[in-house]
Write a protein that binds this ligand. Sequence first.
Ligand code: SF4
Length: 399
Amino acid sequence: MTVANLLELDRDALAVFCEQLGEKRFRATQLFRWIHQKGAADFTQMSDLAKSLRDKLAGRATISAMPLISEQASSDGTIKWLFDVGAGNAVETVFIPEDDRGTLCISSQAGCAVGCRFCSTGHQGFSRNLTTGEIIAQLWFAEHHLRRRLNLPDNQREGAGADKRVITNVVMMGMGEPLQNYAALVPALRMMLDDHGYGLSRRRVTVSTSGVVPMIARLRDDCPVALAVSLHAPDDALRDDLVPLNRKYPLAELLATCKHYLTKAPRDFITFEYCMLAGVNDSDAQARELLALVAASGVSCKFNLIPFNPFPESGLKRSLNERVTSFLRVLQDGGVVATVRKTRGDDIDAACGQLAGEVQDRTNAKARMTRAPVQVHRSGSAVAEAIKAGRAGRQETAQ
Ligand code: SF4
């Protein structure tokens, strides 16, 4: 007999499981609340469930998160956890506390197959997708672990709710490309949004993608949440090099899909992430090209400029602060909302692009990513012109 890990099941799937046990579907809601709102891992604690059901569950189900390997705390309050996901793989989860919110950065894969040049995870290669249970277990663990640590009200108590949440925001920005693990991602998102689970608003759950165009379109219909897109370049030639997925889904297609996404999105803008790389994508001219690009696309957006966190294999350098400030000013003067991301957890390698975990690579990433230096292309205007003229698809830029 297989033993089901109930962390794998959203409420609908849990209802089916209850029926298979010969129980009424509504038992699923009670069970779901015990697991996700109260953090229970032991069926004997579930005092409002009939003893006969608790006995059945004890033999056929479990509530198991991944083993914790380590916890590191930064001087700025950021906490990074490393979880064992088996076969020599480990993934990282980061909690970022701020005055008015607590954000959890969650991993979706052991490694990543996209291979962005500036990303430490990408350089580690790819091992496997995480399951729904492994994705939601990061939130389940963090929320209840921190509640206990902060001595928040005892949520194991019957009737205690989820009103004192520690984690108010989730960003799918840890290890992995979440939209390349779509089937596991969507039930996990539903559990985050479920009022009987974590009850997070769609506006406070963000999926960050390097631009998997068909899956952005599906997410719009299946489970629209806030969307962040890793842009990093104003033209296809440079983006091909920095974000290899661009060769498959070039900027014109990506931006058209972003515009379509906004018709159902919970926020009225897309966040464009832009990692600032010295001498590669950080000139004022490139900022102006970005302005032209987004104006031509008609995508309502905000820019988030990310200071690069250098690591030796990348061969890339962080832009100087003055350069970032100048780039920011060009965007803002052009009428676009733009901010510079505050670096958090730097001292424990928990900042953006630094998550590496442990990955048994199956994709030969090291050889794949040992390439010539990034080519700097001086004109991205061809893409903007093409979008304006309604010509989607790749447009070669002049070099
Ligand atoms: S930035 Fe995201 S998509 Fe790119 S390699 Fe890193 S984890 Fe993968």
